[in-house]
Write a protein that binds this ligand. Sequence first.
Ligand code: SF4
Ligand code: SF4
Length: 80
Amino acid sequence: ALIITDECINCDVCEPECPNEAIAPGEEIYEIDPNKCTECVGHYDTPQCVEVCPVDCIPKDPDHVETEDQLMDKYTKLTS
Ligand code: SF4
Ligand code: SF4
């Protein structure tokens, strides 16, 4: 999964782009639900939130490192 850092400026551009509805406004900044983020695997070739974020604040979450297979597995479960 990816994670939004505290550099987020709450612009709301990423939220509608997420195919898994994994992004939502949190108390201070936008947040990604790691259970729903497939890094866009299954939907797109590149993470759509990263593509649109104007401040580049969405890196991979070091606490939720996943392989391509695991991400595809999550995609399958989310869409079944
Ligand atoms: Fe959503 Fe894709 Fe961003 Fe994950 S990488 S939060 S699935 S848009
Ligand atoms: Fe925050 Fe980037 Fe999403 Fe804007 S696009 S709400 S700056 S994470």
